[in-house]
Design a protein around this ligand. Sequence first.
Ligand code: SF4
Length: 345
Amino acid sequence: MVKEYDFKNIVAPLLKWYRSNKRTLPWRITPTPYRVWVSEIMLQQTRVEAVKDYFIRFMDALPTVEALAGCEEEKLLKLWEGLGYYSRARNLQKAAKDILVRFDGKFPTTAKDLQTLAGIGEYTAGAICSIAYGQRVAAVDGNVLRVTARLSENPTVITDREYRKNLTERLTDAYPDVGGDCADFTQSLFELGALVCKPMNPDCGVCPLAKLCRARENGTQKLYPVLPEKREKRREDVYVFLIETDEGFCIRRREQGVLKGMNEFPTHIIQEGESAESVLNEWGMYAFTEIKRKNYRHIFTHIIWNITCVWIKTDAAPFDCYALDEIEEGISLPTAIKQCVDILT
Ligand code: SF4
């Protein structure tokens, strides 16, 4: 039985620490619901440093919900190129269209309404409501789970749904009453997890919550949070074909599997006994010259691709072809596929 931890006690020291230590981040300047939303979606699975430039570029190009809703898909994906997990960008646009239609263009103001939009779950709704609207709604992400598990020495596996639900409720109860404090409290928890209570080496010596932390008191920081057992990633051997014709390089849309709906250089998951030649023959290509090959690896969340990039030249191909500078400027390609271009240098 875990001894109950009172999160109300952390509010004052954490707010004080945050106000003198917070980083200046682009989305913290004018935190409108739209800006908070886009930043939170970008920050899922992506480091803060990597997101900064993307966020600025995205806001310059699409500064409003209306602009996002009306953006051409190819332009949207180009703005997202390199961030990965492209379904996030598609969901952003789907939700923006929905805001125009269902909410008459007004950004929803409650966590309940926000969670009816594509790609917005309990966490993102909590972040928007507390940061942009100053509401007393907790937002529990990986940083918050880590900090709170250490503070309270909670032995529950942090992916446990009931645990997260309970933690969200208890943190919400601890929220301050003033709007600006709510916004800062949410961000102070994120910030402490990112800068001080880091996954591997928590910097307890400078932590504003050191005196309130059970893990620090007992030297058990490394035991928390309790993570689920790791599942082995699936491995796939993949051909990425750089097919060069007089018109340029072949591009097509992925119709299934990981990266479904994205542009690609024609790609094929290799089955036992298949050669590059046999795959090209399957696609109706018999006359081609192989120029070069290159091997590299790309790691997705659940899959590892062992990629063999094959550069061939041919007179005719069964896919649309584009000049290289046209691809660079106007066609978004996922990083796993785009890396293949290095073979040309
Ligand atoms: S004292 Fe250490 S373990 Fe506890 S919250 Fe602070 S940084 Fe994390």
